[in-house]
Ligand binder design. Structure first.
Ligand code: FSX
Ligand code: SF4
Ligand code: F3S
Length: 360
């Protein structure tokens, strides 16, 4: 088998300097959520490890995940695809198509058996033998099972691949489901979001590529460093929540002044994701910053929890701390009552959050 080049060798081939290689490694270290003392290990791996072969397939979905991915800014999606990985097959980004393209997939699967990273977007359509989602003349189920067999790691990119997504909404006519039952028991890294943040995907792919292992995952298979906090914990509107200042409609004065969107249905208090930290398009914005309430798009079954304008079922008295975590009542010097509610809320343990609790 021919020797595949490392990231450093790919930089050299493209005439890029050692300085830009090291800058790239700094960016990767931070993207993977590693501390700076891991920098030398990242450089060493990037100098020696062959670029990862990636097969990227698409099932039942809207392709918004790719729309997000191709706008990855750090690194640029083009750099990731052209320099950091060896992308051998991608339904959307590859220029090739037809029988030779499908033959290339089979060749790649055989040639790199046990070595490639399989990225999957979209759900599996299970009903009626899978005929509602076809690819290359076969069902997507067939393609997924074939590609999963020889994969070194499998990444479910998007809420559809992770949990079923929009097409799994009741009554789910195509029997759509997440991919985990179709990969032969192999562990799957879930990167949910509709769409997910592209830099999270890049970080996971590069972690597997450089260290040959999965990043630390939570109980739901999500990379901990990106799904450890609630949207609510990092929301810049949080001071308004704590002060009991809520927009009542999308065009009222509170909304225009950036007040909390909780009463407009914001799911931030029960949603784990990094939107508030990383944002999209070089950190420019995310739903709440653009004036929309979070609809919890990285949560299981979020699609069946419409209308999204409904307020969260209520969280209960602050006495029910076991479900809410720590809760603090804070009285400001101006005499405005505020509650800062920290830590974890289990989605299946929603309780009441009354207006009175926030508007003392
Ligand atoms: Fe789903 Fe992605 Fe939402 Fe769309 O690939 S997570 S519907 S943004 O495109 O799968
Ligand atoms: Fe932000 Fe929503 Fe929490 Fe309000 S409820 S602070 S808008 S995440
Ligand atoms: Fe989705 Fe909410 Fe982030 S809607 S994009 S998880 S802010």
């Amino acid at each position: 088998m021919e020797k595949r080049e490392s990231l450093w060798e790919a930089y050299l081939r493209r005439g890029l300097s050692r300085r830009s290689f090291l800058k790239g490694c700094v960016a990767l270290t931070s993207l993977m959520g590693l501390s700076t003392d891991m920098f030398s290990k990242v450089v060493e791996a990037a100098e020696t490890k062959p670029l990862p072969v990636v097969i990227w397939i698409h099932g039942h979905e809207c392709t918004g995940c790719d729309e997000s991915f191709i706008r990855s800014a750090s690194p640029l999606a083009s750099d990731l695809v052209l320099t950091n990985i060896a992308l051998e097959y991608d339904h959307l980004l590859s220029a090739a198509c037809g029988a030779p393209f499908e033959a290339h997939l089979d060749e790649t699967i055989n040639k790199y058996n046990g070595q490639y990273i399989l990225c999957v977007e979209g759900a599996v359509a299970t009903k009626d033998s899978g005929i509602y989602c076809m690819s290359g003349g076969h069902t997507f189920t067939h393609l997924l099972e074939k590609a999963a067999k020889g994969a070194a790691a499998i990444i479910a990119y998007g809420s559809c691949a992770a949990y079923g997504g929009i097409q799994a909404a009741k009554p789910n006519p195509s029997g759509s489901a997440g991919i985990s039952h179709f990969v032969g028991g192999k562990p799957v890294v879930n990167v949910p979001g509709c769409p997910p943040i592209p830099e999270v995907m890049t970080g996971v792919v590069m972690h597997v590529a450089l260290f040959g292992s999965l990043p630390p995952l939570d109980g739901d298979g999500r990379p901990k460093q990106f799904y450890g906090n609630r949207i609510h914990d990092t929301c810049y509107r949080r001071p308004f929540f704590d002060a009991g200042m809520f927009a009542e409609t999308y065009d009222d004065a509170g909304s225009k002044a950036g007040w909390c969107l909780y009463k407009l249905g914001c799911r931030g208090p029960e949603t784990y994701n990094s939107c508030g930290n990383l944002r999209w398009w070089q950190g420019m914005s995310y739903p709440i910053q653009s004036g929309a309430a979070c609809i919890g798009c990285s949560n299981k079954n979020f699609w069946d929890e419409a209308p999204f304008s409904d307020r969260l079922p209520q969280y209960g008295k602050l006495g029910d701390i076991d479900k809410i975590g720590a809760a603090l009542g804070v009285l400001t010097a101006a005499g405005v009552g505020a509650h800062a509610v920290g830590s974890i809320i289990q989605k299946n343990s929603r309780k009441d959050l009354t207006e009175e609790e926030h508007e003392e």
